[in-house]
Design a protein around this ligand. Structure first.
Ligand code: SAH
Length: 367
């Protein structure tokens, strides 16, 4: 099994040496010619995985309800940018806007901005939002969104950003790299670059040799940039992703192809590649920039507190038993502890210290 990107990476490594896990991830997902998001159709039954907005419209509608509350808490600003990072097929935003329509002051104030690097997915998003009350403006980066108050949402976005991995050795944490083995195939190795001891979390200080530790500077930098925007102009950002709440060692890099796990090095550009998100690191980044963090909730808690069951009841009322069964299955999939309910976390940062319902307290992950 080979892919065009695999051949290119092998040629590149044989000439200029091993690459970092971050370089590998960035190439696999974002390469302009052969990257996964540039070329493949990731989402849905025929794709490789199904994200929460694709499970049911209820997910986006409840997030829309949260954003309406956030907008009111900001004091109904005259103008606000509604920004989504990594909108996929555009389904989440379509569902958010359907809910936001119930608050005309919000629709009148909003300018819609989508941050998406894949030209192919931009076309899909435009099409999904054809009937929406607002036309999106596209950006490669958040920096392109004009200054001013913002409402930001991102589902399964941070997990697609490149991470670095470090391996514990007898002389500190060395960067994990990808080189070639004797047969000329991609293989993990240990590089010379070392992680500064001050950047090793307490939970990893006594780790055994061979233990892996991950850092996510790209995700942290974006969160810091968002935090700076919030503290300068006001606003709220909501992130939904799978990840962990305390910095800790562990190898979370994974590839998924056709709804099944795939070896990470097997199919560059042909499989989705993700890593778990370190929410504690995101909270620190946001705080460095002057924003506040609310204590994360599990996706199940977040959706149930926002009225998932009531919404499901309303949606199913008067419908056929088959439709009602589908709605029940979607509730279970989104909020069930064995499904997405526990693994996925919902995290918000804000310019204002008062937690927005259903968040109920500030988060100081150090203490
Ligand atoms: N939010 C969607 C899709 C998640 S997949 C959903 O829940 O269904 C990740 C999305 O992020 C894709 O749209 C991908 O093209 C986009 N993406 C990945 N890296 C990006 C980057 N650095 N900047 C902007 N978008 C990116």
């Amino acid at each position: 099994m080979t892919t065009p990107l695999l051949e290119r990476l092998k040629a590149q490594i044989s000439v200029s040496g091993p690459i970092t896990v971050a370089e590998y991830m960035a190439a696999c997902l974002g390469d302009r010619a052969h990257g996964y998001y540039t070329t493949a159709e990731p989402f849905g039954v025929k794709g490789d995985f199904i994200t929460a907005p694709e499970v049911s419209q209820m997910f986006g509608e409840l997030i829309g309800a949260f954003l309406v509350t956030a907008f009111q808490d900001l004091g109904d600003p005259q103008s606000v940018s509604l920004v989504e990072l990594g909108p996929g097929r555009g389904t989440l935003m379509a569902d958010i806007l359907r809910m936001a329509r119930l608050r005309p002051a919000l629709i009148n104030a909003v300018e819609l901005h989508l941050v998406e690097t894949s030209p192919r997915l931009r076309e899909v998003q435009k099409n999904t939002l054809k009937k929406a009350p607002l036309m999106p403006t596209f950006h490669d980066r958040l920096a392109g969104v004009p200054d001013g108050p913002v409402l930001i949402v991102a589902n399964e976005f941070f997990d697609a950003l490149p991470i670095h991995q470090f391996v514990k050795t007898h002389d500190g944490w060395h960067e994990r790299v990808i080189g070639l083995d004797d047969a000329g195939e991609l293989a993990f190795g240990v590089g010379t670059a070392r992680l500064d001891e001050k950047d090793v979390p307490k939970t990893a200080r006594n780790a055994a040799p061979g233990t892996i530790l991950e850092t996510q500077p790209a995700a942290n930098a974006i969160c810091e940039e968002i935090g700076a925007r919030l503290s300068a102009y006001g606003g709220v950002a909501l992130f939904i992703d799978y990840g962990y709440l305390r910095s800790a060692p562990g190898d979370t890099l994974q590839a998924v192809h056709g709804h099944a796990y795939d070896p990470v090095l097997a199919r560059p550009g042909g499989a989705d590649l993700t890593a778990h998100v370190n929410f504690e690191a995101l909270a620190h980044a946001a705080k460095r920039a002057g924003a506040v963090a609310f204590a994360p909730l599990t996706q199940g808690d977040f959706l149930l507190k926002l009225g998932l069951l009531e919404r499901a009841g309303a949606l199913g009322s008067g419908k056929s038993p088959a439709v009602q069964d589908d709605i029940r299955a979607a509730v279970e999939r989104l909020a069930g502890p064995e499904r997405m309910g526990e693994l996925f976390k919902v995290f918000a940062i804000s310019s204002h210290r008062t937690p927005i319902s259903p968040f109920d307290r500030l988060w100081h992950p150090d203490q």
